[in-house]
Design a protein. Sequence first.
Length: 273
Amino acid sequence: MEKSSKNSVILVTGASDGIGRELCLLYAESGAKLVLAARNQNSLEDLAKECERMGAEALAVRTDVSSPEDCKKLMERAVERFGRIDILINSAGVSMSAPFESLQDLSVFQKLMNVNYLGVVHTSYYALPHLKKSQGLIVNLSSLQGKTGFPRSTGYSASKFAVQGFSDSLRIELMGTGVDVLVVSPGPIATKMNFRKFDANGIIAQEEDSKAAKRNIMSPEECARLIARSISKRERELVMTFGGKLIPWIRLFAPAFVDRMIASAVEKFYSED
Ligand SMILES: NC(=O)c1ccc[n+]([C@@H]2O[C@H](COP(=O)([O-])OP(=O)(O)OC[C@H]3O[C@@H](n4cnc5c(N)ncnc54)[C@H](OP(=O)(O)O)[C@@H]3O)[C@@H](O)[C@H]2O)c1
């Protein structure tokens, strides 16, 4: 990873926090040229300074990925500063936790699609001409919830299925161009996303940190390392956790069993305190 990313221009959305932030720090160690995108400009500026202290070059660009104009400008700023884009990592995302029938505000579905799905479409569209020149890579953060449905997550899961379908289709269109598409499907990762989700009223609800901290789930550092390994091998899919890898196979002959397994895992997740 270290040698191949030394001079690479790596653009990360959702860089201000969580998995995106960890990926930036990981690539900063190897002296990459980083473009950091998210809405929180202060967090981006702080991260850019941290990456530069580690030996990387970093450019912070305030971006709302649900805006096509912002994404167009993001790519222009990246190319203006570094001359090219080698890897686009789409990590920006928002989540939800509410049973479908409890929803009081259906705009949650629009918001989830705008960020999780259309955000990926916007950045991919405007980065593509540059990625074709560099024979680069698009990395889309999906989820195990983009492989199979999860309760309390109808809108989130649907947005991640959309990311999977978009990525698989684009990969075929790009055959022979030298541009590859990697879809990453993590299980639960210990980031703020796990206690910062749209609730039934369409408001981002904050669960107590202490409750979330007790959950024994993969760290964002480990998640970032696994992603970087898949990037260096230019893989097309990274499905995290043993259970996650098994789900598609078990679903072939026992789909109702998978549903029950997921229902009980989600119930356990929310009852742990
Ligand atoms: N954590 C998990 O358990 C988990 C599991 C499977 C998949 N994933 C996926 O992994 C990705 C990263 O998740 P995470 O856990 O790192 O989440 P996180 O810690 O909540 O970070 C989300 C990032 O997305 C950015 N973001 C949100 N809305 C945005 C917008 N409209 N425009 C630009 N940036 C936006 C946030 O920054 P600003 O608020 O500054 O914009 C933040 O940097 C997401 O796509 C998520 O769906 C996460």
